[in-house]
Each structure stands twice: as C-alpha cells, then as structure tokens.
Write a protein of this length. Structure first.
Length: 208
C-alpha cells in the first residue's frame, strides 16, 4: 500500500509542481516516509502537508522537503549539515544525494528516535545539541539546510560553509518566513529569497 502511495506522492506533489531532477525524484521514491511518521499518523504519511511528530515539532510537507533539498544542488560528493533532525526524514533524503550527512537535533527524545530510524543509513551522522551553532568539528560543509525558522541567519552556520557552499534557511517572524539561499564567496555572502514558508521556530543560542 505504501509503495503505491509513495509513487503517487512523487508524481502529484513533487513532479507536478515542477521538480523533475532524476536523482531528487529517485530519493523520494526510495525513502519510506511512513517509517519516519508516528504510528498513529502513518495513514497520512504521504499526504500533501506537514504532520506532528511530538514535542511541538513536525515532519515537513513532502514538496517543501523536495524544494529545499533541490536548492542545495547536490551532485553526490558533498558534505551536508542539517539543523533540526526532527523525524529524520530530511536526513534520509539527503543521504541518497550527498556523500556525508551530519544532522543535529535539540530535543533529545527526537534525536534518539531519529537515530534509531536512521540506523541503516551509514552516511548519516546524528547528534543531540544546539543546531543553531552548527557542528564546528565537522565543518566546513558544502551545504547546510535548516528545517526550523530563525529570526536572523545564524553567523556560525555561515562561517561553517565552504567557499561556494550553500545555506538554505527559513528566516522571518513566528508564523511566516522567507526561504533564503545564502552562497559563500570567500569572506562575502550573497543571498536570495525563494518563497514564503511557515516553520516551527529554531531554538538555541542563535535562534528564538
């Protein structure tokens, strides 16, 4: 049942909205999203929207996961940092598209749960901690993706980008943010806004 629903999700929610890069689609066709959703919500795992995962957190809408992932322009050789592991689904998707994935979660219970689900993904490294400060000892990163909303772009994350690296992050007020893409050029940083989104707040020293 879930296989059919997963294929339908890819076609109706991702491809129909204009995301058609073959490697990206293959990742979403491969990763079993229902395993990252609480059992009581699994019948909704492939629906077109976010779902609660406990502790005031959510698993993002599949299209948003795909859209943000696509912005990183991954070729398969990158080291990527994810801030806000949550369910672990975004990290699993990234594992199919990057060489190494480092993911950090502030809520210890969610971090432990996600680490169990991600046990079979050998290129994913999990940690519980303040993701707004990044993962300094594993830096620099080719890409950083933040799955919670920040009031401003955390300086530690910008500093942990490689030259030419990309940071994807929702920035704004509680309830509404702009999805921003930052590019490092030496010691300079450029950014552009992509679309309006609504994420749970990024907590930590450089968050709310």
């Amino acid at each position: 049942m879930f296989e059919e629903e997963r294929q339908k999700m890819v076609k109706m929610q991702i491809m129909r909205r204009g995301l058609c890069e073959p490697r990206l689609l293959a990742a979403f066709e491969t990763v079993p999203r229902h395993l990252f959703v609480p059992e009581g919500e699994r019948h909704l795992a492939y629906s077109d929207g976010p779902l609660p995962i406990g502790f005031g957190q959510t698993i993002s809408q599949p299209f948003i996961v795909a859209f943000m992932t696509n912005l990183l322009k991954l070729s398969g050789e990158e080291r990527v940092l994810e801030v806000g592991t949550g369910s672990g689904y975004q990290a699993a998707i990234l594992s199919q598209l990057a060489k190494e994935v480092y993911t950090i979660e502030l809520v210890p219970e969610l971090a432990a749960r996600a680490e169990k689900v991600l046990a079979g993904y050998e290129n994913v490294h999990c940690r519980a901690g303040d993701g707004s400060l990044g993962w300094p000892e594993a830096a620099p990163f080719d890409g950083i993706i933040v799955t919670a909303a920040a009031p401003d772009t955390p300086q530690p994350l910008l500093e942990q980008l490689k030259d030419g690296g990309l940071l994807v992050i929702p920035v704004g007020v509680r309830g509404y943010q702009d999805l921003e893409v930052w590019t490092r050029n030496g010691n300079e940083f450029d950014y552009r806004r992509e679309l309006g989104v609504a994420f749970v707040p990024l907590r930590g020293k450089e968050g709310w």
